[in-house]
Design a protein around this ligand. Structure first.
Ligand SMILES: [Cu+2]
Length: 128
């Protein structure tokens, strides 16, 4: 195969790929702009995402002994403070965007908490 015919062949291939992609609606190809950050703690547990100044999910039910992970996917720093316990059942340092915090809930009960930076942010962990 000459260099020229290779070039023609490759161009034809590329055109075919583009045409078949258009026909298929490009559904099989990932969007190049979709750069998702993998969660810091993937799977095997229960995680709460902090975004848009809210906890998602705001209420989480877990079994005693569960490690709960909060991941700050927001643009702003947040910090977690338990409403119950003295001292607080759990208390995090300030979580910068991208940071995470884990706490193991060993005893059944209801654990309301809030963001100590933004007190209007509230969530609850129900431990069974
Ligand atoms: Cu906050």
């Amino acid at each position: 195969m000459s260099a020229y015919s290779r070039l023609v062949f490759c161009t034809a291939c590329t055109a075919l790929v583009i045409i078949s992609c258009m026909a298929a609606g490009c559904n099989s190809l990932p969007a190049p702009s979709a750069t998702t950050t993998p969660p810091a703690f993937a799977g095997g547990g229960n995680s709460i995402t902090i975004k848009n100044f809210a906890f998602d999910p705001p209420a989480l039910t877990v079994k005693a002994g569960t490690v709960v992970t909060w991941v700050n996917n927001d643009q702003a720093p947040h910090a977690l403070a338990s409403d119950t316990g003295s001292p607080a059942a759990f208390l995090s340092d300030t979580l910068s965007p991208g940071a995470s915090f884990t706490f193991t809930f060993t005893r059944p009960g209801t654990y309301p908490y809030h963001c100590s930076i933004h007190p209007s942010m509230k969530g609850t962990i129900l431990v069974q």
